[in-house]
Design a protein around this ligand. Structure first.
Ligand code: ZN
Ligand code: FE
Length: 259
């Protein structure tokens, strides 16, 4: 059984560490220090690094980690990340033999142009997704390099994963995202309840991640482009009914950028 640990980095990043039988792999090591500290304390041997996209808060620790442990590094082919030995574009299956783990690679451009996600159907009680800065708790990444259509397609690929799938995103943004979700759909009972749950967890300094696809489908405005409440919110921003999902998504994303 693979255990998944959160290593905290910077203000609100999570570096996810997968460990089993004395081996470990890390996802998005923006900082080497917490990774090296874990390896030192636990005695785990590092066997791989997985990167979702090129931003420094996700790959800034790579050089130092590789200087100590020259392990395979998986990452997006479309992005220029020093140290990536196994470039990926989505659609591949990768094996981490030391962890007896197979992961599926999903192309999720939008936040960046080559962003990828890793999905492990056999992880945890019902599968786990490592999605970097694409899908957040009640939110999605900013569109730095991609179009709204690309991001909508990317989020659609994640939305169809099995509903109980655990979602391990790279930031603890859920509480501020919930404030926005409530502004979009003030009458949504699931959003009201999640806001209370998240506030309680954060007040106790506990993580709100992982979340699950099911909870995101119920409460994340960026997966709810077909929900009447989200369409209505988009219509009031636009001054007319949105023609399609892209127009709804674009209006909600632009509102969030200025929220
Ligand atoms: Zn990023
Ligand atoms: Fe980030």
């Amino acid at each position: 059984m693979t255990e998944i640990l959160a290593l905290r980095a910077f203000d609100d990043n999570y570096i996810w560490l997968l460990r089993s039988a004395g081996y470990a792999a890390v996802v998005d090591p923006g900082d080497a220090a917490p990774v090296l500290a874990h390896l030192e304390q636990s005695g785990d041997r590092l066997c791989a690094v997985l990167a979702t996209h090129h931003h420094p808060d996700h790959v800034g620790g790579l050089a130092e980690i590789l200087g100590r442990f020259p392990v395979p590094v998986f990452g997006p082919r479309l992005e220029n990340i020093a140290g990536v030995s196994h470039p990926l574009e989505g659609g591949e299956r990768i094996e981490l033999p030391q962890l007896a783990l197979e992961l599926e690679v999903i192309s999720v451009p939008g936040h960046t142009r080559g962003h990828i996600a890793y999905y492990g159907p056999s992880l945890g009680d019902s599968g786990a997704l490592f999605c970097g800065d694409t899908l957040f708790g009640a939110g999605c990444g900013r569109l730095f390099e991609g179009t709204p259509t690309q991001m909508l397609d990317s989020l659609s690929r994640l939305a169809v994963l099995p509903a109980p799938t655990l979602v391990y995103c790279a930031h603890e943004y859920t509480q501020s995202n919930m404030r926005f979700a409530l502004a979009v759909e003030p009458d949504n009972i699931a959003i009201q309840k999640r806001s209370e749950d998240v506030a309680r967890e954060r007040a106790a300094n506990r993580a709100t991640i992982p979340t699950r696809i099911q909870l995101e489908l119920e409460t994340n405005p960026f997966l709810r482009w077909d929900a009447p409440g989200v369409r209505a919110a988009a219509a009031s921003r636009l001054g007319h009914q949105p023609a399609d999902a892209v127009e709804t998504f674009t209006a909600i994303r632009e509102w969030k950028n200025r929220f």
